[in-house]
Ligand binder design. Structure first.
Ligand code: GAP
Length: 534
C-alpha cells in the first residue's frame, strides 16, 4: 500500500487536499492522471448503465426490457428532504471522546488487543495501519507498564485484534492517544451530515445540509422524470455526483473520505417483480467490476443476514473488495445493492415512515401529527395498460466512484520484469488499468529526436489527439519512456523508428504482454480504438 500511495503522489494520481497547509483529513485532490482515471470511470459507468443501455432488448438475467435515464440534481436541497429520508434523525455513527487527548474516534473503528502483565489486564488500542498494529500495541503497552524493549517477552498480547464496540466497558482501555486508562467516554451519536445555511438571514429555517447521498435528488424528481419522459415502469434513473459525510475517522487513503462521488441508480419496478430485479442488479453490478479488471478472487458479494434487513426489504448485498490495507480475509465495501421497497417514495409523499412499523406507517410527533411532513404530492404510478395504480418498489445499486478508482489502482499496481532496449530484464512498476479506464490511451515516442522521426511522431500524435487522450514524449532513452508510461497505466506505446520514414508504419507496444505489432500510420486510430473496446 505504501508503494501505491507513493506512486499516486509521484505520478499525479492523488494529492492530499490543501497539502501546503498541512492537508485536511479525509479530503483528496485528483492530479493530472487521477482526474482522467476518475472521469473515465464515471464515463464508463454512465455509458454502460445509462446511455449505452438498449431498452429494446432483454439483457441476460433481466426479467424484462427496461429503460434508463440520467439526472443531475443539486447538492443543496430543501431541508425537508433530509427529514423525510431519515438522514436527519437516523444517519449517525457512534463516537467516543478522549478526556485526556481531547480527540474523537469512531467507536467501531478503534482496534486493539488485550495485554497482560503482572496480573493486570488492559486493552491497548491503536489507529496504526494493520501491518504495524501489533508492533504499535507492543510499543504502547511497554510504555504504559514502564518496561524496556528487552522486557517485551514479559507481557502477553492477545492474538485477536478487536474493535472497541465489542467491549462492555472502557475502564481498562488505553485510548489511541492517551497515557492513562479509562479516558474514553461512552459512545454518543454523531450526525454525519454537514450543516450549512441558505441565504443571508441564517435562521433555523435556513439550515440545510450538503447531500450525504445523491439518491434523494432522484426520489424527489420521480414524478418530474415520469411526466417529462413518458417512461413506463420498470425503469431506472442514474446520477453521478458529489456527496459529503462528516466521517469521524476518515482513513485508508481515499476509502473513507468526507467529500466523495457516488454513481447511483434508483430502479423503479412493480412490487411483485422487485425480488427478481434485486437479483438482476446484484449480479449485473458484480459482473461490471470484473469486466473492468477487478479479479474475481479479490471480490465478494456479501448478502446481508435477514436480521440485518429492514422488514420491507427483500435483500441487500454489498460488493466488497480485498483492499490491501485491510487484514487478510477482510473486505471493504465498493457498492451496496439495496432493495428499499416503497420507503422513500412514500416518505416523500406522506411524511417520514417509521421503518420499524409493519406495515409501515407515518412516524408521528408528540402532537399526533407527522413528525416530518411529506410533500403531499402523489408519487404513485398508474400503468396505462393495466390501469393498476401502485407505488413502485426501488432497487438501488449505489457505487462510490472514489472507492472504485482506489480498487482499480490497487488491482492495477504490479511489479514485474520487462526487458530494456538491450534485452536485459529489468524490474518495472506497471499500473495495469483496463484500457477504457487508463488516463492516457496511447503515448507516441519517436525512437530518436532526429532523422525526420519527430515529424512523423507529431503527425501520429495530432491524429490520435482528435480521438483520445494521448501523450507525446521525445525525451530520454526509449526504455525509460516506456517505464514512465507503464507507471501511468498507458496501455499502448506507439514508436516511430527508421522504417516509419520509408514504409509509413509504426510499432504498437502492449503494456501488459509487451508484444510489439507493426501497423500502418493511417490505421493507428482505428487500431487503438478497437483495442480499447476489445
Ligand atoms: N444511497 C445509498 C448509499 O448512499 P452507502 O452504502 O452509504 O449507500 C454507497 O454508500 C457507496 O458510496 C458505498 O458503497 C461507497 O462506495 C461510497 N461511500 C460511502 N461513504 C463513503 C466515504 N465516506 N468515502 C468514500 N466513499 C464512500
Amino acid at each position: 500500500m505504501d508503494a501505491l500511495v507513493s506512486l499516486c503522489k509521484r505520478r499525479g494520481f492523488l494529492f492530499q487536499s490543501s497539502e501546503i497547509y498541512g492537508g485536511v483529513q479525509g479530503l483528496w485532490d485528483y492530479g493530472p492522471l487521477g482526474v482522467e482515471l476518475k472521469r473515465n470511470l464515471k464515463e464508463v459507468w454512465w455509458q454502460d448503465m445509462i446511455t449505452g443501455h438498449n431498452e429494446l432488448a432483454t439483457l441476460a438475467g433481466a426479467p424484462s426490457p427496461y429503460e434508463m435515464v440520467g439526472l443531475d440534481c443539486t447538492i443543496l436541497m430543501h431541508p425537508q428532504v433530509w427529514k423525510c429520508s431519515g438522514h436527519y434523525d437516523l444517519f449517525h455513527d457512534y463516537m467516543v471522546d478522549c478526556r485526556e487527548s481531547k480527540k474523537r474516534y469512531r467507536h467501531d473503528q478503534v482496534r486493539g488487543r488485550f495485554v497482560e502483565y503482572n496480573e493486570q489486564k488492559i486493552f491497548v488500542t491503536t489507529l496504526a495501519e494493520i501491518e504495524h498494529e501489533l508492533e504499535e500495541i507492543q510499543r504502547r503497552a511497554l510504555k504504559f507498564f514502564k518496561l524496556r524493549a528487552k522486557n517485551a517477552g514479559e507481557i502477553s498480547i492477545g492474538s485477536e485484534s478487536i474493535t472497541l464496540d465489542r467491549l462492555d466497558s472502557h475502564d481498562e482501555v488505553l485510548g489511541p492517544d492517551a497515557k492513562s486508562l479509562g479516558t474514553l467516554t461512552e459512545p454518543r451519536e454523531f450526525n454525519l451530515m454537514f450543516k450549512t445555511t441558505l441565504g443571508a438571514l441564517g435562521g433555523a429555517e435556513d439550515t440545510t445540509f450538503l447531500r450525504p447521498e445523491t439518491a434523494q435528488g432522484i426520489f424527489v424528481n420521480f414524478k418530474n422524470v415520469l411526466d417529462s419522459s413518458r417512461m413506463r415502469v420498470p425503469f431506472g434513473i442514474g446520477q453521478v455526483g458529489k456527496s459529503f459525510r462528516n466521517e469521524i475517522t476518515p482513513r485508508n487513503f481515499t476509502f473513507r473520505s468526507r467529500e466523495f462521488e457516488q454513481m447511483e441508480i434508483e430502479f423503479f419496478c412493480h412490487p411483485d417483480q422487485s425480488h427478481d430485479w434485486y437479483r438482476y442488479w446484484r449480479d449485473r453490478r458484480m459482473a461490471w467490476y470484473t469486466a473492468m479488471g477487478l479479479s474475481s478472487d479479490s471480490l465478494i458479494m456479501r448478502e446481508h443476514e435477514s436480521a440485518e434487513l429492514a422488514h420491507y426489504s427483500v435483500g441487500t448485498a454489498d460488493i466488497e473488495y480485498a483492499f490491501p490495507f485491510l487484514p487478510e480475509g477482510e473486505y471493504g465495501e465498493l457498492e451496496g445493492i439495496a432493495h428499499r421497497g416503497d420507503f422513500d417514495l412514500r416518505s416523500h409523499m406522506e411524511g417520514k415512515l417509521d421503518p420499524a412499523t409493519n406495515p409501515m406507517t407515518v412516524q408521528l410527533g408528540e402532537d399526533g401529527k407527522p413528525k416530518y411532513r411529506g410533500s403531499g404530492k402523489d408519487l404513485a404510478y398508474r400503468d396505462d395498460i393495466t390501469n393498476e395504480k401502485f407505488i413502485p418498489h426501488v432497487v438501488e445499486p449505489s457505487a462510490g466512484a472514489d472507492r472504485a478508482a482506489l480498487a482499480f489502482l490497487c488491482e492495477g499496481y504490479t511489479e514485474d520484469q520487462a526487458p530494456d532496449e538491450k534485452g536485459k530484464m529489468q524490474s518495472r512498476t506497471v499500473m495495469k488499468l483496463h484500457p477504457r479506464l487508463a488516463p492516457i490511451k496511447a503515448a507516441v515516442l519517436p525512437l530518436v529526436k532526429k532523422d525526420g522521426m519527430p515529424e512523423i511522431a507529431q503527425e501520429v500524435y495530432g491524429e490520435l489527439k482528435k480521438h483520445f487522450n494521448a501523450f507525446y514524449d521525445a525525451k530520454g532513452a526509449v526504455g525509460r519512456r516506456y517505464r514512465r508510461q507503464d507507471e501511468a497505466g498507458t496501455p499502448y506505446c506507439i514508436t516511430v523508428d527508421g522504417d516509419s520514414l520509408s514504409d509509413r508504419t509504426v510499432t504498437i507496444r502492449d503494456r501488459d504482454s509487451l508484444e510489439q505489432t507493426r501497423v500502418k500510420i493511417d490505421d493507428c486510430v482505428d487500431e487503438i480504438r478497437q483495442r480499447i473496446l476489445a
